[in-house]
Ligand binder design. Structure first.
Ligand code: ASP
Length: 576
């Protein structure tokens, strides 16, 4: 179609130029015989002035129109528009296509419910603020391709239809029509394939990879998501992290012009848990967790005597607002984490108050105030019990208060590596040993000796990159010795026979000259979220699912026909 340029390519320099523009009607105002139209295209908005309003066809919001006219200088510039100094004085307007009244307003500000936005996603995506998120997302990918190619990486696609393999989360399964009763699994990540590419000698691989995990959804999680998946041979941890820091620097610079200071600091996992109650700490504010075991060493309070861990936080200046309701909510929160309760104290006029005070000796009161560095007006929250329940609870409360009290400065970025993760952890519910990252993670050389006696003592070569409290990526050095790999599988409860059946091809491959290798994956969606400045992952995914895992537009997942089920040899037992 005839078009001279995009709207925002025009400026005051073009006054007098004859142009033809295409776009959508964002707004129209009829001032007697003069009609003003805001014309929106991919680049932005420009004002159209129609002198003889009666002569133009009926034009409504979101109609697609073609405008022919001359660029004019506006008498009073509009500072809110990039093209605010000019307007197009239209000679001719052609309606290219009409539009129904839209169920949501196509503008940055919207009061539409998210469900409506997702149902009419193609209209929601037409909003300029949404298109900006996708510009950022695209720019991240461009940066990834250019940075990695400069370093001799090669992009290789790996299969979507894979063999089922336990990697942590539940898998999405795809029934096979040709082999009834057999299933493909959608990849949780291309983990084994990328390692096999290292065995194959590619040395440096990457892929913008679609991944699938059937997990409970949250604001920062989607069932299908995208990773920047990377694998390298012959680099040690420091060399690899330095290379990845260069990538992150490039991404931040190219998307938001932010100069990330390198090298990033590294915080051991244990320290992150001790101080922040999280393996993805947001270190932009204080309220650190303090260990109170020493304070309560002579306690007479039964529940504290035997507690594995006693920790507390001091929340600044909220005592005045700390009503019964807040405390009840905190207690509920504690119950969710499987803890009996929380002790909540206030410091007022130099004294601690609250129902828990009666259990404290004078010495304990003083020690508590000192340890938590409490000032008047602060509240002190103490939790006791199992380490792996107390620390995340206090970490979650810390975060909640940090946000609630506005302690986090907007547009600040805090990046760090969390390193030295335990190789294994115990599943909170079942108590079973599970891999903290995944079974392919290499235990630290000096900890190999604990694999037999107490695997939970083993620290691994694993690292997560944490940005503003989000796990933006993670990876590990890999095991490249088949015996160690088998042993790890055994510890995770897989017998040799099961290993052979599920991972035989992989373990066998390790015997054919496997180079030492390391890799990681960045969450593209999370990076786009952080750099776009939204805390909703759905804003940076074109067609996402809602929190129930449903796409309100296409209504996926949907039932399928009896014939399709028949072809797949599937009988449905219970319908939802
Ligand atoms: N496959 C891992 C993940 O998806 C990342 C890695 O270790 O490279 O978390």
């Amino acid at each position: 179609m005839e078009r001279t340029c995009r709207n925002t390519e025009l400026s005051i320099k073009d006054v007098g130029r004859q142009v033809t523009l295409l776009g959508w009607v964002a707004k129209r105002r009829n001032l007697g015989s003069i009609l003003f139209i805001d014309l929106r295209d991919r680049s932005g908005i420009i004002q159209i002035m129609v002198k003889d309003a009666d002569k133009v066809p009926d034009i409504r919001n979101e109609y697609v129109i073609q405008v022919k006219g001359v660029v004019g200088k506006k008498e009073v510039a509009n500072p809110n528009l990039k093209t605010g100094e000019i307007e197009i004085i239209a000679d001719e307007i052609v309606v290219v296509n009409t539009a129904k009244l839209t169920p949501l307003i196509i503008a940055d500000e919207t009061d539409a419910l998210e469900e409506t936005r997702l149902k009419y996603r193609y209209l929601d995506l037409r909003r300029p603020c949404m298109q900006k998120y996708f510009d950022i997302r695209d720019q991240i990918k461009i940066s990834v391709h250019s940075y990695l190619h400069k370093l001799q990486f090669i992009e290789v696609e790996t299969p979507m239809l894979c063999a089922s393999s336990p990697e942590g989360a539940k898998e999405y399964l795809v029934p096979s029509r040709l082999h009834h009763g057999s299933f493909y699994a959608l990849p949780q990540s291309p983990q084994m394939f990328k390692q096999l590419l290292m065995v194959a000698g590619f040395e440096r691989y990457y892929q913008v990879a679609r991944c699938f995990r059937d997990e409970d959804l949250r604001a920062d999680r989607q069932p299908d998501f995208t990773q920047i998946d990377i694998e390298t041979s012959f680099l040690d941890q420091e060399q690899f992290l330095e290379m990845m820091e260069g990538l992150i620097h490039e991404i931040f610079m190219n998307t938001i012009g932010y100069d990330v200071k390198l090298p990033l600091r590294q915080m051991p996992y244990r320290e992150a848990m001790e101080r922040f109650g999280s393996d993805k700490p947001d270190t932009r504010f204080g309220i650190e967790l303090k260990d109170l075991k020493e304070v309560f060493k002579d306690t007479t309070f039964e529940a504290y005597k035997s507690a594995e861990t006693i920790k507390g936080i001091c929340v600044p200046g909220v005592a005045a607002e700390t009503s019964r309701k807040v405390i009840d909510n905190l207690t509920l929160e504690a119950k969710k984490f499987g803890l009996g309760g929380l002790a909540v104290l206030k410091k007022e006029n130099g004294e601690l108050t609250g129902s828990f005070v009666k259990f404290l000796s004078e010495a304990e009161k003083v020690a508590l105030i000192n340890k938590l560095e409490a000032n008047d007006g602060d509240i002190l929250i103490i939790s006791a019990g199992a380490y792996n329940r107390v620390t995340p609870l206090l970490g979650a409360l810390r975060l909640q208060y940090g946000k609630q009290l506005g302690l986090i400065k907007p547009n600040t970025y805090d990046l760090l590596w969390v390193v030295d993760f335990p190789m294994f952890e115990r599943d909170v519910e079942s108590g079973a040993i599970v891999a903290t990252h995944h079974p392919f993670t290499r235990p630290k050389d000096e900890d190999l000796k604990y694999l037999d006696e107490d695997p939970t003592k083993v620290i691994s070569y694993a690292y997560d990159i944490v940005i503003n409290g989000y796990e933006a990526g993670g990876g590990t050095l890999r095991i490249y010795d088949q015996d160690v790999q088998r042993k790890i599988f055994n510890i995770l409860g897989l017998s040799d026979a099961e290993v052979e059946k599920k991972f035989g091809y992989f373990v066998n491959a390790l015997q054919y000259g496997t180079p030492p290798h390391a890799g990681m994956a960045f969450g593209l969606d999370r990076l786009a979220m952080i750099l776009g400045g939204t805390d909703n992952i759905r804003d940076v995914i074109a067609f996402p699912k809602n929190l129930a895992g449903v796409d309100p537009m296409s209504m996926a997942p949907t039932e399928v026909s009896a014939q399709q089920l028949e072809d797949l040899g599937i009988v449905i037992k219970d319908k939802d």
